[in-house]
Design a protein around this ligand. Structure first.
Ligand SMILES: C[S@@+](CC[C@H](N)C(=O)[O-])C[C@H]1O[C@@H](n2cnc3c(N)ncnc32)[C@H](O)[C@@H]1O
Length: 283
């Protein structure tokens, strides 16, 4: 039986409504959303928006941001660059302190590293070499600037293009593995657990796996509209992907044979850092 439209598109609809609230086009009343005067005016112009942004969406996108990456069908360099800037603005201080608190004593590896700028910061602080992997060729091209910066700073940094769900080599010199804002792309849960478990073979001496990620909102009646969460929820819903809940993420870690030592709430909504340790008893 088909789900009703609200349940089937709950996250997408909530994302749009929250973004419209933020823009002042819609007001959230107790049990409803209503168009404001601005919203009503804009609504009159809907056919024009649809003409330019609907009919010519890919032309506009290609002109502004380049063509999509064949492996991911998204503009990988833009994802990497923007994600790195959002990280620098809201998260990196917390993330860098957290990794530094684990006192890295070998290579630091970042899976889905994007531009590699956070990896370089982690390695510089720890005075350790680094290796990053990203599936997107355009992200890896963009990361070459970071590799050049590393050379100037005297940090041994390598960035490779690879799908981390299918790694075949082993890196016994890696001490800490991080994976930031990409675990939600590895689905379903069983497959994600298999992939996380495979890291224990690929990085046999890594003491920690540190996962940073955004999860599904705990409730769709979020009261304070802001920009990140509705956009995140909306885009992933368009991709047919519903990020896992915090509880499901923790179940996946346990299933993959990791013990969660710490969970830290991050400044970006619905986002957490988890410090995981391979649990030999559950291997
Ligand atoms: C949202 S971005 C996060 C980038 C960076 N970790 C950060 O925190 O700024 C997700 C990144 O993961 C990469 N990615 C997604 N799936 C991947 C996979 N299977 N293997 C390697 N990289 C992947 C994407 O290309 C993208 O650069």
């Amino acid at each position: 039986m088909e789900k009703d439209p609200w349940s089937a598109h709950r996250i997408k609809i909530t994302g749009v409504l929250q973004a419209l609230c933020r823009a002042g086009a819609v007001e959230h009343r107790d049990f409803s959303y209503e168009l404001t005067e601005l919203g009503s005016d804009l609504h009159q112009q809907a056919p024009i928006f649809k003409l330019w942004f609907g009919a010519y969406a890919s032309v506009l996108a290609d002109a502004v941001a380049g063509v999509p990456d064949p492996a991911t069908l998204v503009r990988g360099a833009v994802v990497a660059e923007s994600s790195s800037r959002v990280g620098a603005q809201y998260l990196d201080e917390t993330l860098l302190d957290l990794v530094a608190s684990l006192a890295p004593r070998g290579r630091v590896c970042d899976l889905g590293c994007g531009t590699g700028s956070r990896l370089l910061a982690m390695c510089t602080r720890a005075e350790q070499p680094g290796i990053g992997f990203d599936i997107s060729s355009t992200a890896v091209d963009a990361a070459q600037n970071t590799v050049r910066d590393a050379r100037v700073l005297g940090v041994d940094l390598e960035i490779q293009q690879a799908d981390v769900t299918m790694l075949t080599d082993t890196w016994p010199d890696v001490d800490i593995v991080t994976q930031a804002f990409m675990t939600h792309h590895i689905a379903p849960d069983d497959h994600c657990a298999d992939v996380l478990r495979s890291y224990r073979v690929r990085f046999p001496r890594a003491r920690y796996l540190v996962v940073f990620d955004t999860v599904a909102p705990a409730s769709t009646s979020a009261s304070s509209p802001e920009l990140f969460a509705p956009g995140f929820d909306y885009i992933h819903a368009l991709q047919g992907m519903e990020p896992r809940t915090r509880e499901a993420a923790r179940r996946v870690f346990a299933e993959a044979g990791y013990r969660c030592l710490r969970e830290i709430t991050l400044a970006v909504p619905n986002s957490y850092a988890w410090v995981l340790r391979p649990d030999d008893g559950a291997a």
